[in-house]
Every structure is written in C-alpha cells, then in structure tokens.
Design a protein around this ligand. Sequence first.
Ligand SMILES: [Zn+2]
Length: 469
Amino acid sequence: MRCLFIIMTLFISALQAQTELIASDELVLAGELRDAALKDGTGYEILESLTTEVGPRMGGSPGDAKAVIWAKKKFESLGFDRVITEPVNFPKWDRLNESARVISPFPQNLTITALGGSIATPEGGLTAKVVEFSTLAELMEVPDNSLNGAIAYISNRMERTRDGSGYGPAVAARSGGANAAASKGASAVLIRSIGTDSDRLPHTGMMRYVDDITKIPAAALSNPDADLLSSMLRRTDEVTLNLLLSVGFVGKATSYNVIGDIVGTERPEEYIVIGGHLDSWDLGTGAVDDGAGCAITMAAATLIKQSGLKPKRTIRVVLYANEEQGLYGARAYHEAHKAEMKRHIIGAESDFGAGRVYRFSSRVKPGALGAIDQINQVLAPLGISRGDNNAGGGPDLIPMRAAGMAVATLHQDGTDYFDLHHTANDTLDKVDPEALKQNIAAYAVFAYLSAQHPGDFGFDLGLENQQEN
Ligand SMILES: [Zn+2]
C-alpha cells in the first residue's frame, strides 16, 4: 500500500514537471478566494462610484477626463501597489444635437442618434425621400449612383443570442452602411439600431468612412421607430424625412490608460493582464459597457491583495482609453510595452456587460492546457464550463494577441446585453450585484492561479488570428 502510494506520488510529480501544473495547495487557496469573492461587495461599490461620480465618459469628453482622475484615485484607495497613467491620443468627436422628422405623408418625430464618427448634416438638416433596404447586402446590389440623393434606410434587426453572435452580422450595416449608401448616390444613411430591445432608445456606435467615397451623415433609429418608418414605407414609397445631425470631429484629444498593479513577489516583471475599457458612449452612464468590466477586474485584484495572498507574478489591471472609437488605448498600450510584450504572460478583458460567466476558453500552448484545466476546476463550482483553445480575449487585447500574447475569455451571458449596449439605458440598475460577484470570483481565480502557474502559457503560438466582434 505504502509502496503504491510512493509510486503514485512519483508519477504525479513527474507528470507535473512535464505538463507544468499549478501546485495543489494553490488550487485550495484559489477556491477560498472564489468563495470570499461571492460574499464581497467591492465590485458593486466601484461601479456605483464610477456611474454616480463620473457617469458618461466618451473618449475626449470632460467626463472622460474625470474618469481618468477617478480611476487613479480608486486604484490608490483600493491599495494597489503601483498606479500608472499612459497618454493616448485620438481625434475628438462631438455630438451637439440630433433629430429626425417625417415631413410627409405622415408627419411625426422619430427617435434617432448619430453614429460615432458621422459628419453633420447641413444646418437645418437634410430633407429627402427615404428608400428602404431590408439588409446591407440588398443595398449593395442596386446600381451605383441610382439613389439620386435619397436617404438609404437599412431595416434588418439583430438577433438575440447568449454569446452575442448576432452582433457581428448586424453591425456591418452600422460600420459600413454610409459607404455603401454613398456609393449608390444616397445623401444620408439611416439604420435600424444594432440592438435587441424594443425601447424607444437608439443605439449609437462607431461607423467609419473609407477614402474615395463621399462622406454622408449616418444615424440609427430606435427599434420602434424603425418599425414605424417601415410601416409608412409599406403604404407608400414617397416618405420624406428631415434629418438633422450637429456632430463631427473637432480637433484632437488626449486621454490616458490607467493601470493598477499588484506587484508579484517572485516574478514582478511578468504580468497577468486583466481589465476593461474606461471610456463609454455618451448616452448612458456606461454601467454595463464597460463600467462593469472595470469594476470586475479592479475588485478581483483588490480581493487577491486584501486576502493576504502573495501572487508570484504581477497582476496588472489595465483600464483602456477610448476603446469605443477604435481601440486607441489598446493600441497605445501595445506600442508603449512592445519591448516587454513577452513578459505579458496571459491576458483577459471583461467587456461584455455583467451577466454571469458560463464558459472559460483559452488560447495557450498545448503544454499549458493542464494548468488551464486546473483553473477550470476551481471555476467549475461557479457554473463555468471549459471552452475551446481559440479564445479571443476581448477587444482591447486584439493588438497584444496579434503580437503573440496568450489569452483567455471568461464568456459572459450576453442575452440582454444588446438591449442596453450604447444606449441611454446603459445604467447601474441593469447590473445584478450577485452576477457581478460571480464575475469577480471568476477573474480573481483566473488571475491568481495564472500568477502562481510555474510555467508560462506560450507566446506567439503561430495560430491564425481571429477578429473579435
Ligand atoms: Zn465595450
């Protein structure tokens, strides 16, 4: 019996050396950390503070500047060992005024919002006939310059799914609708909001012009207003609408990535990178996008520190600047830390609201899959299952993932996420404090065990890079 035990022990330690496993006492500590996180209110307090004391914080706005000061102070008051700010430059876009009104044959106001990056309409607005297309593809099929100055209206509705997979196909109308419409001779583009709700609140979000195509104004109708416009167009194809957008780029802005470190005891120069993006759109208070991600990761690192655990590697929380308008903070972070990118051991960003985590996926070298399975064992009691080894990691990790960094995704239930995303309804009351705690527990376990993992997770895996939606 004793002999068998010794053989078993030798076998297990040989296996551990071979596949670089995390020590089992660390798994026990991580389990205690997880259970403590489920009873801790720090994350919700952080989110309540951000949405109350700062609120909307569109990149380059006064709210954004306030958010940077808030984040710095919050990291300090939470007891982080080191707080760093790094500048991020980008063009500043502003929204002053926006409205839409059907002039004839059924005069009514419509609820719209300009898409981020849009140019303005002429003063007093632009009045033209509306032509509906059921999809972006349908718009692209009509002959070039055939719309004669009409407003192109793209009416397809995004599909509701748990994993957010309805977003990718639908969002093409937002990002590229103006270019397609302009090439067909339209004077403006209106889209049905990229959202799953039935609230009379439009969803904003970034659009982008391409060179060599005329720039035309672009806006989104709330879902009920899109229905209304389609109903009018079922009665007649002579619907005239006035669209007024007083928006546009106004010079340059500087914001900051705000970084909080819990410095590692044995490998302080190696980083486990978690975080969210500090900016939001201007319409809501950015509770789910992405105040939640900031709060979840700040609270997870705080809990590790406060529990007295000693992470061997540095746990770094990065609050990225201006994700919404084009990953500006993420690109600036990558640029500033290029030389030490290989010391970024693994990363995960929380940027999909505050719904419960249900799956854990990774993108690591094969030799690290054993450690990932161990992390998953500690996550499993939270209702989290093991996903595949092709994780995206989150939008702000795109530049670092492309550079070779290993990543993980803690997949959140996003069933309701696109009811709120980029709308005035993105407010604190939509966040379930218990679900937030479950997220924090998951991030704390992931970050702590990744810091204690004796091996690495691989770098430059040579896998094909995928685009995050
Ligand atoms: Zn976001």
